[in-house]
Design a protein around this ligand. Structure first.
Ligand code: G6P
Length: 368
């Protein structure tokens, strides 16, 4: 069993460390001449791709959080309206589906019952369905019109890690491909994003070096019962995923909030010593985040900031700061999530719970 875990104590830790490889493999063969090329994955002609009027991401759990990143990324690069839905809601809410709607179902296993039902609804309505899945030959892969296989490799731990970052890579490639075909960005701009995308495996490797520092912080977090994650823009999407990781395996109550919404309710819960994990990696939103961190600090919160390397300001404000390597703001989620995964992992170990098989949860939920 230790051999299966590649020398790591748990599958989750092994899978966290496999992310640089998973990202690299998911990119392989999908970039040509400095542009993303998904013509092998997506059979639609350039003409048909230009006719798409809206995109729906539909998924559950961690895959849903990847879809949230997808909304920001695709709207930014392609300027098509994007909706993101939890599959169990989507299938029952009579969504507006037309033949010009592209429905992207995201599912690590390709077997999640709600996601599959959503896929079937979309197909019945005549929409085009693209599956982003990790499992070749899964039901979702077989039933979708087009399939993008993430190359994360088998994921065993219930808490999803490398599947999520691989899904993000698939989403970036989709956004870049659509932007190229539809001409919403210049070739030079797209090539710049592609270049940074190809730099992510190495930066993910560097981000993993935070593990020692994260382990120490996790020992403190493990003693808490409530915790908040705050962020804006893409950092908010990552905050949701970080919060889910912690809940799933440590059973600590945590919530993720858009930092700007704090004043409309959550701020009432901030008192002396409440831990707040503040994500501040989005350059355009940085000053806004700093004010939000000041707000929680003024009420006694204990703040762990996640910032970009070279950040000076947050060090003065937060109690602790972890920094991730610099890349384009659009791409930071791939790196920002890594310390949050490690934090959940080490807090779980510190609490003595079963990392790979948390209570009440299953790796793949194949019944409704
Ligand atoms: C379960 C797993 C989660 C996963 C979700 C969706 O709840 O425990 O880790 O994110 O299902 O799974 P899928 O295979 O569709 O991505």
């Amino acid at each position: 069993v230790t051999a299966e875990k590649g020398g790591y104590d748990h599958f989750m830790l092994k899978e966290i460390h496999e992310q640089p490889r998973a990202i690299r493999d998911t990119l392989t063969g999908r970039v040509k001449g400095g542009q993303a090329d998904l013509s092998r994955e997506i059979a639609l002609s350039p003409e048909e791709l230009r006719e798409i009027e809206r995109i729906h991401f539909v998924a559950c759990g961690t895959a849903y959080h990847a879809g949230l990143v997808g909304k920001y990324v695709i709207e930014e690069l392609v300027r098509i309206p994007v909706e993101v839905d939890v599959a169990s809601e989507y299938r029952y809410r009579n969504p507006i589906l037309t033949p010009r709607t592209l429905v992207v179902v995201v599912s690590q296993s390709g077997e999640t019952a709600d996601t599959l039902a959503a896929l079937r609804e979309a197909k019945k309505a005549g929409s085009r369905v693209l599956a982003i899945t990790n499992v070749v030959g899964s039901t979702v892969a077989r039933e979708a019109d087009d399939v993008f296989i993430t190359q994360a490799g088998p994921e065993i731990a219930v808490a999803s890690t490398k599947a999520y970052t691989s899904q993000l890579i698939a989403i970036y490639l989709l956004g870049l491909y659509l932007a190229w075909i539809r001409g919403t960005r210049s070739e030079a701009e797209l090539a710049e994003v592609v270049k940074h995308l190809e730099g992510l495996p190495e930066l993910a490797e560097r981000t993993l070096q935070l593990e020692g520092a994260v382990r120490l912080l996790a020992a403190e977090i493990a003693k808490k019962e409530d915790l908040f994650y705050i962020g804006r823009g893409l950092d908010y999407a990552v905050a949701l995923e970080g919060s889910l990781k912690l809940k799933e395996i440590t059973y600590i109550h945590s919530e993720a909030y858009t930092a700007g919404e704090l004043k409309h309710g959550t701020l009432a819960l901030i008192e002396e010593g409440v831990p707040v994990i503040a994500l501040a990696t989005q350059t355009a939103l940085y000053d806004k985040m700093v004010s939000n961190i000041e707000e929680v600090k003024a009420r006694g919160a204990r703040v762990l900031g996640i910032a970009l390397e070279g950040d000076e300001e947050l060090h003065k404000l937060a109690d602790e700061v972890l920094t991730i390597p610099r890349t384009l703001s659009l791409l930071t989620p791939v790196l920002t999530v890594i310390p949050l995964q490690l934090l959940a992992y080490h807090a779980c170990v510190a609490r003595g719970y079963d990392v790979d098989k948390p209570r009440n949860l299953a790796k793949s939920v194949t019944v409704e």
